[in-house]
Design a protein around this ligand. Structure first.
Ligand SMILES: [Fe+2]
Ligand SMILES: [Fe+2]
Length: 292
């Protein structure tokens, strides 16, 4: 069993994280403004020349299925969708600064992209406001897990062993081994990175939205999207014992069958692209490391 780790110790380490690139916050402003357009999104992404060039390169390498090459982000937005482009740039900006780039993060990103896609599909199907930020909240909900995979790997392994030994969920094992959870760690990271309060609440409470004092419904949609993705993802660390149906969302943000089916279709549509994109992100990261 790994030594106990207190929230204070984790918080101290979290303070060492580098700050996020400006483009992250600029994109977030566009995401939160319901009047912003695809042009606005393109303009802010292109204000970071390195990230926008990288994004185009990754999209083109990952898009075996696209009928033509994408030369500008404006061409990518109608093909991939506003939510997807927004989430790609957020993931690249986190990945880019090497703060969250441990070697075995593939499953993490796959789960994150899927949760972002399902969260926005739920928001759209239920006619909720803020589908764009809901999508981003889905993408970032397990950011504390990414941090653990990188900086607390031995604790993470001890949690996994405990989980398998007693056939309990990841969160239960975390509570036994640590004095904190990946959701709490994620909340601390969100605060360190000055995320807006809806994102911070949804990260901190994505396993227990009922405890959120603010943005409870917003966190509940993230929790539901996470529950759906737990059912359908393979290779990810959680074992939360959800039912394999729309009923998985029941404790959080209940879905009717057609909203659930809509979410599943969206995930299927994007899945292959995300997988290819993650592969390309990892390849680019390894090349960058070799060149430095
Ligand atoms: Fe989680
Ligand atoms: Fe998750």
């Amino acid at each position: 069993m790994a030594p106990d780790l207190t929230l204070e110790q984790v918080m101290e380490k979290v303070q060492d994280l580098p700050t996020l690139p400006d483009v992250f916050f600029k994109v977030n402003e566009v995401v939160n403004d319901p009047n912003s357009s695809a042009q606005d999104l393109e303009r802010v992404i292109e204000s970071d020349v390195a990230i926008s060039a990288k994004l185009l390169r990754l999209v083109n390498s990952a898009s075996y299925g696209l009928s033509r090459r994408v030369d500008t982000l404006m061409q990518a937005i109608p093909i991939l969708g506003f939510y997807t482009v927004q989430n790609l740039v957020m993931s690249v900006s986190i990945f880019e600064m090497n703060a969250m780039s441990a070697d075995d993060l593939k499953a993490y990103w796959k789960h994150s992209f899927a949760t972002g896609t399902v969260a926005s599909a739920i928001a759209v199907a239920d006619g909720l406001q803020g589908g764009r930020s809901q999508s981003l909240a889905g993408l970032l909900h397990d950011i504390g897990m990414a941090y653990m995979l990188q900086d607390f790997l031995s604790e993470h392994q001890a949690i996994r062993e405990e989980m398998l030994k007693d056939n309990i969920t990841y969160i239960e094992a975390e509570k036994r081994i640590l004095s904190t959870t990946h959701a709490e760690i994620g909340g601390a990271i969100a605060e360190k990175w000055n995320f807006p309060p809806n994102l911070t609440a949804s990260i901190r409470y994505h396993h227990e939205p009922e405890l959120a004092e603010v943005y409870r419904d917003f966190a509940a949609v993230t929790a539901s999207a996470n529950a759906i993705c737990q059912l359908t993802e393979t290779g990810y660390v959680h074992n939360e014992g959800f039912e394999t149906s729309a009923g998985a969302c029941e404790p959080y943000h209940p879905l009717n069958e057609s909203a659930y089916n809509h979410a599943m279709r969206e995930m299927e549509k994007q899945g292959q692209f995300f997988e290819a994109f993650i592969d390309q992100m990892e390849t680019a990261r390894k090349e960058d490391l070799e060149n430095t």
